[in-house]
Design a protein around this ligand. Sequence first.
Ligand code: SF4
Ligand code: SF4
Length: 424
Amino acid sequence: MSESYREMWEKLNLDLKAHDGLLEVLGKFYGDIYMSQQGRLQGMEYLDFVLSEVHGLRIQELQQAKASGKKIVGTFCVFVPEELTLAADAVQVGLCAGAEAGMEEAEKIVPRNTCALIKSFIGFKLARLCPFTESCDMVVGETTCDGKKKAYESFADYVPMYVMEVPQRKNDRDRELWKAEVLRYKEELEKRTGNTITAEKLKNAIGICNDRRRALQRLNRLRAAFPVPISGRDVLLINQISFYDDPVRFTGSISTLCDQLEERIKKKEGIVPENTPRFMLSGCPMAVPNWKLPYIIESAGAVVVGEESCIGTRNTRDLVDESPETLEGMIDAVCERYMKIDCACFTPNKERLDNITEMAKELKADGVIHYALMFCQPYGHEVFKVEKALKAEGIPMLSLETDYSMEDMEQLKTRVEAFREMTG
Ligand code: SF4
Ligand code: SF4
């Protein structure tokens, strides 16, 4: 690792020793899970590079952006409208974390029975491990689940926090509340960046975000092919990187990868044999470097063909309408698009059930593996409904609940293998 990175991390006040340890474990974990795969496409080298430089080159870019006067905005939820962030000439990065590091520190400010995702992002901050968090000028939280909204109250002592109110229902008055919140966010961005969000800037930002969604939609459609041309592990990584990388560069790389996948499909080449059982994942987001479940599934002789999650199709399924020309019209279009998000925090949340069954059918999945993080009430509750909806369509489901520890690997493997045999 270059000396200039160490200097940069030191300036960002990271705990260098603990951070070295984290990078070492991450590198080994990545090698075991990703580099061991056979038959990966050349286009994946870009993703390998981005991941290897996630705390290096990308952070350097963020520092350069800051030096040129741009603000860095960190987020934890796909509800934060990136279109507005970009239109204010700021950079948006995801801060959700998927590793166990810093859990003890986190438990000093949130209860033990908090989901691993929340404890992880808090732990990364308190243990001084995350150069993204340290680079942020503004950290945007949201009132989605109880765990997050209460955690942000304590987290505000450590980061420049701003919280958006997300409604819990989707009636007219909820839409009004959401629009008011989007406008409040716009004002806050303008105040903190000193830049005015104009119709021209917003139009451009909507195009950038939609292009990235279109590239990921194309990638997801290609996974319906027999044999499937790309592993679930790789697509999860792509989705994870979409929250960190420069959006325009990312879209270009994914489009190139899709061209390569189309060639592969034409030749009937797959990442696994055609008769490999195809499973779809559904549930909580899997933040980087949480690769545990896809790895278990794909080591058990199955392949993951889709992710119904926020680090997956929930973030890419809907586009913002690009037809409005006025600022107000564009803001309405942004509000409308975000109100389609089918997070389990909504009640009722029937759309999610329809979306899951439709997606499983489109991808010709042999089964769905529902993944809930331990102590996640919203997704834990929806397990029963999802299972019922899938059953009605004759699609089997396995429900798993886990966290970021490796202790239950063998137990999960046994359950996934039994499910594979049952569906095969
Ligand atoms: S699952 Fe819900 S709370 Fe979590 S990132 Fe997605 S929309 Fe936000
Ligand atoms: S996984 Fe569940 S409990 Fe954790 S932040 Fe997301 S919605 Fe909240």
